[in-house]
Ligand binder design. Structure first.
Ligand code: N01
Length: 539
């Protein structure tokens, strides 16, 4: 597993790829099929990326698996059968392993090997890449498939080092659920990871104390087994379904919604929210009217609908009020989809602490101490999220043509061209990078589009005898403006979350995604390619 397939330290490969998750594997497949030499490096011991590391109880994708899967090979999508509507982590990992084996992709990667630095050599037009094992490699192009949610956020909880009980984080889960059986468990964080893990931990623990800073909108995932007939009908129509996804807003089939929240009567609106609540998923309540993410008053109607659902489900009124998400609009930060999440707070062995009312001051060896109370615990689960997008990229320690690090180039905020390239870092590409549609889409679809586009671009360069491609400052400025203008019209702009970098202390506030839709983005990218790549200097 550890032998590097196509590189020796002296050899120059066409492409070095970072990561062996969804992005890295498709990069390896697409680029080697096109005849490029490719050497991939993966920090982990095997393929899978996000789905290798996030093994916490309840981890599953909240985009339906029939869409959250590769579309590039019709035989692959015909032969693989998903068991559930939202596949659990283990099944997604098996799928990724199947793809790696089916297309013989493991041979392109060196595992247990992290890329820890890369410097652009302007004279030779090569990236000089430093590996964690001390070795160096050189390549014409360097492509990051390091993912957006792969660098855990610093464990910035006061007093953490004092706690001597069992400690585990959702993003690096290394225990079994049984290890929490009969224990008093403290869980910090109520984003998508916490929301999935808490109900299952509550089933085995003696007691669970949930420490919540910001209540989130959690809608029922409504996961179920996939009926055989539905699987068959999807497979029969897979090519058309994928095409629809490619031209959609979020990379999944859309509900055809054209009216606004106040176009209908109050009764009709409630009736529609109720029906949408039964659907759930990203096509549920938040997608019922077209203005829910742009008009705060329209959004209020949907937000209050969910508030009332929480009050209906949670029996203790004081706990229900703490769980009601009143600090941001529905969809402003990423919605969560859970199974029995609010119901879990009706269990006698679950209690909720609102960190807005009583912040954590410190910890002792066996307790979390807030401004009001001391909560004893035998185990501590951190579900506090990621240093999204820039964390993994800064971890590559890139030095550009001017000698500046990427983190210096972006010290006032992320600046990219299409979320794929950035000026001063020639021949460097990001798959599913910041300011791409990755944040607000079925990311597998976004990954395939980016990889195909990058492959076409470097082929175009090769055909024209060029060895250097770089985003121009003008092209980049235009894209930053487009992506900022697109988000400025939405309620994302009003909400603090990892979407804006506001979950990490000191991180400049830039929105990390393009939210104009994957279909529109694809059309723009295709048009740019057709026009000979304006916004990119190719020589
Ligand atoms: O992380 P998060 P996540 N003290 O950042 C709290 C994807 N994902 O791992 O909101 C106390 O969303 C923080 O509070 P606040 C998905 O895109 C998908 O859950 O900052 N609390 C928040 O409650 C998702 O959005 C799936 O006030 C602290 C929580 O910890 C993204 O990954 C499953 C704290 C962090 O929530 C990230 O999700 C899992 C502190 N110092 C993940 N620091 C599915 O597909 C943070 N918090 C279902």
């Amino acid at each position: 597993m550890n032998s590097s397939p196509s590189t020796s330290p002296s050899e120059v490969v066409d492409i070095i790829g970072v990561g062996a998750g969804f992005s890295g594997l498709y990069l390896a497949h697409r680029l080697t099929t096109a005849g490029w030499t490719f050497a991939g490096f993966e920090a982990g011991p095997s393929v899978g990326g996000t789905w290798f590391w996030n093994t916490y109880p309840g981890a599953r994708c909240d985009v339906e698996s029939i869409y959250y899967s590769y579309s590039f090979d019709e035989a692959l999508q015909q032969e693989w059968t998903w068991s559930e509507r939202f596949a659990p982590q283990a099944e997604i990992l098996s799928y990724i392993e199947h793809v790696a084996d089916r297309f013989d992709l493991r041979k392109h990667f060196t595992f247990n090997t992290r890329v820890v630095g890369a410097t652009w050599n302007a004279d030779d037009r090569l990236w000089e890449v430093q590996l964690g094992n001390g070795e160096k490699r050189r390549s014409r192009y360097l492509i990051s498939g390091a993912g957006g949610l792969s660098t855990p956020k610093d464990f910035d909880v006061p007093g953490l080092k004092n706690f001597t009980g069992l400690q585990v984080s959702t993003s690096r889960w290394n225990i079994s659920l049984d290890d929490l059986a009969g224990k008093r468990v403290a869980v910090i964080g109520t984003g998508s990871s916490g929301v999935q893990a808490i109900p299952l931990i509550a089933q085995v623990a003696e007691h669970v104390t949930v420490f919540q800073r910001t209540p989130n909108y959690v809608m029922p995932a409504r996961n179920s087994e996939l009926p055989v007939e539905q699987i068959q009908s999807i497979k029969d129509d897979y090519l058309e379904i994928r095409e629809e996804c490619r031209h959609s807003i979020g990379g999944i089939p859309e509900r055809p919604v054209t009216d606004r929240a106040f176009d209908v009567s109050d009764e009709e609106r409630q009736r529609r929210y109720e029906a949408a609540y039964q659907l759930s998923g990203f096509n549920g309540v938040g997608a019922e009217f077209i203005d829910l993410l742009t008009d705060p008053e329209a959004n209020r109607t949907a937000s209050e609908f969910i508030h009332n659902k929480i009050r209906e489900i949670v029996k203790d009124p004081a706990t229900a009020e703490l769980l009601v998400p009143k600090y941001h609009p529905l969809g402003g930060k990423r919605s969560c989809f859970g199974t029995d999440y609010y119901e879990t707070f009706n269990r006698p062995n679950v209690s909720l602490v609102s960190l807005r009312d009583e912040p954590i001051e410190t910890m002792t060896a066996n307790a979390i101490v807030t401004s009001q109370e001391t909560y004893e615990a035998d185990a501590l689960v951190l579900a506090i999220g990621f240093d999204a997008f820039t964390g993994p990229l800064y971890g590559l320690n890139l030095t550009g043509e001017s000698g500046k690090k990427l983190q210096e180039a972006w010290q006032d905020g992320v600046r990219t061209y299409l979320g794929i390239m950035t000026a001063d870092f020639p021949n460097f590409f990001m798959v599913a990078g910041p300011q791409s549609p990755a944040l607000a889409s079925n990311v597998v679809m976004t990954i395939e589009q980016a990889v195909d586009w990058i492959a076409d671009l470097i082929e175009h360069a090769r055909d024209n005898g060029a060895t250097r491609v770089e985003a121009t400052t003008e092209g980049q400025n235009d894209w930053v403006n487009i992506s900022e203008e697109t988000v400025a019209d939405t309620l994302y702009a009003t909400t603090d979350s990892w979407y804006r970098g506001s979950n990490v202390k000191g991180k400049p506030n830039t929105f990390m995604g393009y939210v104009g839709g994957v279909g529109k983005y694809r059309r723009m990218c295709t048009e740019i390619a057709k026009r000979g790549y304006p916004g990119i200097a190719i020589d």
